[in-house]
Ligand binder design. Structure first.
Ligand SMILES: C[S@@+](CC[C@H](N)C(=O)[O-])C[C@H]1O[C@@H](n2cnc3c(N)ncnc32)[C@H](O)[C@@H]1O
Length: 212
């Protein structure tokens, strides 16, 4: 931080207060940066700012600066898991009822999307991830790759690729993102001894069609 900048810390859970404080400072003519991890528009502060501004219009400029979201960082570390259609689902029921979340997981299973699960598991909410994995397992092969990525871009970063059949949620916490491949996703071990996962875009089929 530069010496003329002022930090305004807020505890976790005080998101609305933080957004309101940022808007109030901006209304005073201050230049304000409202910080979120990853992308500020993905399960983060930008939508809250717009929600407040719709209800309480203010003459301030807002610029949302995109960042690399956890699903992109995890997919890149794992290989190329988002190579074809995908979706993101938050498993937190703080603001969304579990029935709605489960409906979305079922729709993602039906649509055979690669699925990135945000907010996968907390102290209070330990079984949502297992329930979501069970729903996807009904429609995907047991060999489907799953990437479990924790502390991305941080000191204790860890990325593991397992099969759906061997998935174990016990090590998953709130600084983890879990990506389940589609029925087409594959994983293999490269020369460096590490397992990678990717979702093909369909080039192999195109080539087959052209040569047959
Ligand atoms: C409220 S969301 C914030 C998402 C963030 N805005 C983004 O674009 O990545 C918090 C969830 O994002 C995921 N996440 C955020 N940072 C992460 C990191 N460094 N490593 C792994 N997952 C992360 C976790 O699933 C976590 O529970």
């Amino acid at each position: 931080m530069r010496h003329e900048q002022v930090l305004h810390p807020f505890p976790l859970g005080a998101e609305e207060e933080r957004a309101r404080h940022a808007i109030a400072l901006a209304k005073q003519g201050k230049q304000v940066a409202l910080i979120s991890s990853g992308d500020p528009g993905i399960y983060a502060m930008a939508s809250l700012v717009y929600e407040i501004l719709e209800r309480e219009p203010a003459r301030i400029g807002v610029e949302v600066i995109p960042g690399v979201s956890a699903f992109q960082a995890a997919a890149a570390r794992a290989g190329a898991l988002m190579g074809h259609d995908f979706c993101c689902i938050s498993l937190s029921d703080l603001l969304t009822p579990w029935e709605v979340i489960e409906k979305r997981v079922r729709a993602a299973a039906e649509g055979d999307f690669v699925v990135a699960f945000y907010n996968p598991r907390s102290q209070r909410r330990r079984d949502h991830l297992d329930r979501a994995i069970a729903i996807l397992s009904e429609q995907r092969p047991a060999s489907t790759p799953v990437a479990i990525a924790s502390n991305l871009e941080r000191k204790d970063e860890k990325v593991e690729i397992v099969s759906l059949a061997r998935f174990d949620s016990s090590g998953v916490d709130m600084l983890t993102i879990v990506i389940v491949g589609s029925s087409q996703s594959k994983s293999f071990v490269r020369g460096d001894g590490r397992r990678y996962a990717y979702t093909p875009r369909g080039y192999a089929k195109k080539k087959l069609a052209a040569t047959s």
